[in-house]
Write a protein that binds this ligand. Structure first.
Ligand SMILES: *Cc1c(COP(=O)(O)O)cnc(C)c1O
Length: 218
């Protein structure tokens, strides 16, 4: 099946109110163009350099989402054009994004990445650590970032009950942050990939990040 027909099929199955991020990392610009011609505008990348190169080459109305771990010294490379950063996993990274967005004269949408899987290697804030941090700051002081929601990655397992439990716990964290700190502008729950996006949507996802289902194996 072609990239275009995968996009069309996903657009027909994903409910209204759930945004599809087509994860194009490692795939060439021509594949992205094919998805673009099928109407897709939101693309996810995990490496700043690769994203910047593709941004240069492809249409200007594409919304580029950074979904992979982001080093602070790479923020400047994407700050002038990135649409949303899903992987904000530390206070220092958040401060750097705010500063680089100011330098680029922009406001950048961000998601707080929360650790939900049990695997040690997965990045993201521990919920308690994030609550403590947010209690000590004033989000409005970050003039050049907009706090839009949270992102999480479920454990890489076939245990459906565990995946659902992790998504449900992320939804609880999201609801809590929205009520306690942010309010209605905090409206994005980024969870679900190729293997688990249907469960994620059933658990309240508003944004799914799908790569291999659209573009094939990496
Ligand atoms: C690569 C990646 C995806 C997409 O994974 P697929 O299994 O190919 O759909 C989603 N989210 C993040 C954070 C990723 O790094």
């Amino acid at each position: 099946m072609s990239v275009a027909s995968k996009i069309t099929e996903l657009k027909n199955t994903i409910p209204n109110g759930v945004t599809l991020v087509a994860v194009s990392k490692t795939h060439p610009a021509e594949n992205i163009r094919e998805a673009y011609l099928a109407g897709q505008r939101v693309f996810g990348e995990s490496r700043p350099q690769e994203m910047a190169a593709k941004h240069k080459e492809l249409p200007g109305d594409i919304e580029w989402h950074m979904i992979g771990h982001l080093q602070r010294n790479k923020v400047r490379m994407i700050a002038p054009f990135v649409s949303m950063i899903h992987s904000v996993d530390s206070a220092r990274l958040l401060e750097t994004i705010d500063a680089e967005a100011a330098r680029a004269d922009r406001v950048i949408d961000i998601l707080l990445e929360v650790h939900i899987g049990v695997e040690q290697s997965k990045s993201g804030w521990q919920p308690e650590e994030l609550f403590a941090y947010l209690s000590g700051i004033e989000p409005r002081d970050f003039l050049n970032v907009r706090f839009c929601g949270v992102m999480g990655i479920a454990s890489n397992t076939t245990d459906q009950a565990r995946i659902r439990a992790e998504f449900t716990s992320l939804k609880v964290v999201y609801d809590f942050l929205r009520n306690r700190f942010f309010g209605q502008g905090f409206d994005t729950l980024s969870m679900g990939m190729t293997s688990d996006y249907k469960a994620a949507i059933e658990c309240g996802s508003t944004m799914v990040r799908i790569g291999s289902l659209i573009f094939g194996e990496r």
